[in-house]
Design a protein. Sequence first.
Length: 236
Amino acid sequence: MSKTDNPRIIVALDFPSDKLALALVDQLDPTKCRLKVGKELFTRSGPDLVRALNARGFEVFLDLKFHDIPNTTAAAVAAAADLGVWMVNVHASGGEKMMVACRERLESLGQDRPLLIAVTVLTSMGPEDLSGIGIQGSPEAQVSRLATLTRNCGLDGVVCSAQEAPTLKAEQGADFKLITPGIRPLSADKGDQQRIMTPTDAIRAGSDYLVIGRPITQAADPLGALEAIHGEVVSV
Ligand SMILES: O=C(O)c1cc(=O)[nH]c(=O)n1[C@@H]1O[C@H](COP(=O)(O)O)[C@@H](O)[C@H]1O
């Protein structure tokens, strides 16, 4: 049985400044979503912004997709843990030694550590993009391979497309977390995403957490958009 806890929506704060991010956050409800801080916002606003979000009662997924040698990456996830984030990620393609070093470093910090997950194949990538980087075969096969490696390294889950969720739940077990971006309500623009799914279909497919950016952050009424998707998700 999966121990996924609420809220299951993670709003991606892809903004160029803390001012713009906080203006959006102050319209949201921490009982209905967690927040994701990614590369753009963290590079501009850094740890102080993460602390400001925590102080407002939100749990934070620090999405910096670390990918480096084991020693450097393990030190980076430990820094994320010091910041008090709820979840942190690395690229599974960094390999076994890198992922094990990260997990061991976090475990050495004790019980109250962030969830550690790995990115498999980005949801913006299709088969032709994989072949461009020398990977033959389907995105689904590559996601399964990297998810198995991630689970064998003892991490808590993976970032993948909801399209791969049914296969991964069957292969990796219910407790292995699936964090799925590329979520698009029927009326929303696909944008640069390729492997997409609606919120309801993603939950039915086995997603534990839905990462949603523009369909909420660029909505005329962000709280209304969040509440509509939250209502959809809790009623599946
Ligand atoms: O790690 C991620 O969060 C991520 C992985 C992935 O494969 N695809 C993906 O879109 N993301 C992130 O999920 C968010 C999706 O945003 P929207 O496309 O605006 O909903 C962005 O912040 C991406 O950085």
